[in-house]
Design a protein around this ligand. Structure first.
Ligand SMILES: Cc1cc2nc3c(=O)[nH]c(=O)nc-3n(C[C@H](O)[C@H](O)[C@H](O)COP(=O)(O)O)c2cc1C
Length: 140
């Protein structure tokens, strides 16, 4: 059974390109081998990630990610069973929420990590992807 989950978390330390690059490298290699697809959004001290794949694989990956010391306050936003993937093209796409200035303000005025909903996250991620300028993807 396929599921999709979203979570939000707080980075533990600055979100430098070295940190993000290392997370993405691991994620893209492992995910491609295990049928996981999704998007990692990052900016202003926050990570938002969408993971899609088989339920058992996503569940164990989520637990591993949640225990990672590079972030904290990992909160599940949404979990649903799906019939098809939305981000099937990417082992893990990367969307910067503040691409021009990684330390700058999130370009999402209504963003509130504690109350953001899955629908809002999907809509915003799709907007960012559609704008085409803020995505660095690796194929699934
Ligand atoms: C925000 C964030 C997102 C991550 N996303 C993934 C991912 O999609 N896939 C993955 O294999 N590892 C991901 N990781 C890395 C895992 O947490 C973990 O470091 C990695 O799977 C290696 O686990 P191990 O050290 O137990 O072998 C992520 C880490 C962070 C901080």
């Amino acid at each position: 059974m396929l599921i999709r989950v979203f979570y939000v978390s707080t980075a533990d330390g600055p979100q430098t390109t070295t940190v993000t690059g290392s997370i993405l490298k691991t994620a893209q290699a492992w995910n491609a081998r295990h049928g996981i697809t999704g998007v990692l959004c990052q900016g202003q001290g926050v990570f938002l990630q969408v993971l899609e794949g088989d339920r058992d694989t996503v569940t164990s990956l989520y637990q591993r990610i949640a225990a990672d010391r590079r972030h904290k306050n990992v909160e599940m936003i949404h979990c649903e069973s799906i019939s098809e993937r939305r981000y099937g093209r990417w082992a893990m796409a990367h969307v910067s929420l503040s691409d021009l200035d990684p330390m700058g303000k999130i370009e999402w005025p209504e963003f509130d990590a504690s109350s953001v909903t899955g629908l809002l996250v999907l809509a915003r991620i799709d907007e960012l992807i559609a704008s085409g300028t803020v995505i660095k993807a690796a194929d699934a």
